[in-house]
Design a protein around this ligand. Structure first.
Ligand code: HEM
Length: 404
């Protein structure tokens, strides 16, 4: 192992500011070469943690759910400051064997019948939004389009009554504190509690009078022979919003930014030279909406020649794995025809994204609507990066679309 350069040791991966100020790709390439399983020092207030940066090691860790647990939490921000209070109750932060039973129940929310209905509505919503903005000149794609697709889709999926949607949208916007450096964490916490409270009420209602919808499905299902408590139903409904809103939104924003940055790639999609599905996968790799996920070692283990101790936090950096030159040919090129394209944007293994079909359907709907309506995509001002060490992308993207 060669000695570190200043850039590796001085960057703090727990600090959101790191991801706004630095060129991430140069940093990750250096880390993959020099110390692919890197021990990130702790501070007085927080423990150190492992940083896994190569594609092969990241995939190995995602697969090894028996020795790398999700139950204490799966994002650094939570793990470095305590435990996830939803551990063992909410799907993403539950380990086997309960994880498997709970996942089987949750998967019913994504059956072809349910998804078919939702996908139709996504297509309609994307078409209407793109038509509208193409007529308006310069606009912010993040607020005028991207914001409206995923939350609408999740509300459709959960059959949220139309009258309740404005409240849910308002709380959800406040619950996301990652857009600004000075966002108030208490407002965010309050908003998250409002959402949980809302779903607790809805879960109780649908438990008593079940309908033919996803909340009723979860509320009446049995996991290991018992019905879920109303609180657990609420947590798992909320997890669909947490999982599905931000990541889908930032990947839509990234799609438009990438097409503006690489007009030849946009033309290839627009003119039908490359199938939309292939472009969707490259957008997902390029966007890598979740920079990392993390685990806690349940026993001592060896990883890339390093000794990981039981209780250590192990962070898996999708943003590095998806640009690993050991796995991808010319990873720094945005190529809509890339094949194969086995990115880890949806994770891998037992916790592989439950909403991957839906995430893909949303991007497919967006790209299809763009192809039908738009000829040119141009940036009209500086995009604003999200302030986070977990969520990757932009919260504002001024653009102009020229109609076909
Ligand atoms: C899990 C990414 C869309 C719900 C995950 C994981 C990733 C991910 C990386 C793995 C987490 C881990 O291993 O700890 C994404 C991206 C999306 C997306 C990039 C969009 C582009 C969605 C949507 C939904 C959703 C639309 C639901 C409506 C979930 C849930 C889990 C999950 C519930 C936990 C699965 C489990 O632990 O078994 N997602 N996601 N995601 N995602 Fe997504």
């Amino acid at each position: 192992m060669s000695p570190f350069t200043a850039s590796i040791t001085s960057l703090d991966l727990a600090d959101p500011a790191t991801f706004v100020r630095n060129d991430p790709h140069a940093f990750w390439a250096e880390l993959r070469d020099r110390d692919p399983v890197f021990w990130h020092q702790g501070t007085e207030n927080r423990p150190g943690f492992w940083v896994v940066s190569r594609y092969a090691d990241v995939v190995t860790c995602y697969t090894d759910a028996a020795r790398l647990s999700s139950a204490r939490g799966t994002v650094l921000d939570v793990l470095l400051h305590g435990n996830d209070s939803a551990g063992g109750r909410m799907l993403a932060v539950t380990d086997r064997p309960r994880h498997r039973s709970l996942r089987n129940v949750m998967l019913r929310a994504f059956s072809p019948r349910v998804l078919g209905d939702v996908a139709e509505q996504v297509d309609r919503r994307a078409r209407e939004l793109i038509k509208q903005v193409t007529r308006t000149g310069t606009f912010d794609f993040a607020t005028e389009v991207a914001e409206h697709i995923p939350m609408g889709t999740i509300c459709d999926l959960l059959s949220i009554p139309p009258a309740d949607r404005p409240n849910l949208l308002r709380w959800n916007k406040k619950a996301l504190s990652s857009d600004e450096a000075d966002a108030d964490p208490f407002t965010a916490l309050e908003a998250r509690n409002e959402i949980l409270l809302y779903f607790t009420g809805l879960a109780a209602e649908r438990h008593a009078r079940p309908g033919n919808d996803v909340v009723s499905m979860i509320a009446t299902a049995t996991v290991d022979g018992e019905q879920l408590s109303v609180e657990d139903v609420a947590l798992n409904c909320y997890s669909l919003i947490i999982g599905g809103d931000e990541s889908s939104r930032v990947s839509a924003i990234c799609a438009v930014k990438a097409f503006a940055d690489f007009p030849d790639q946009w033309r290839a999609v627009r003119d039908g030279d490359v199938p939309v599905d292939s472009a969707v996968e490259e957008v997902l790799r390029w966007a890598t909406p979740a920079l990392h996920f993390a685990r806690t070692a349940t026993e001592d283990l060896e990883l890339g020649g390093r000794r990981v101790r039981a209780g250590d936090i192990v962070s898996l950096w999708n943003i590095s794995a998806n640009f690993d030159e050991r796995h991808f040919d010319l990873p720094l090129a945005f190529r809509v025809s890339r094949d194969p394209n086995r990115h880890v944007s949806f994770g891998h293994g037992p916790h592989f994204c439950l909403g991957a079909h839906l995430g893909r359907a949303e991007l497919r709907a967006l790209l299809t609507a763009l192809v039908e309506t738009v000829s040119h995509i141009e940036l009209a001002g500086p995009p604003q990066r999200i302030y986070s060490n977990f969520l990757n992308g932009f919260s504002s993207l001024p653009v102009t679309f020229t109609g076909r």
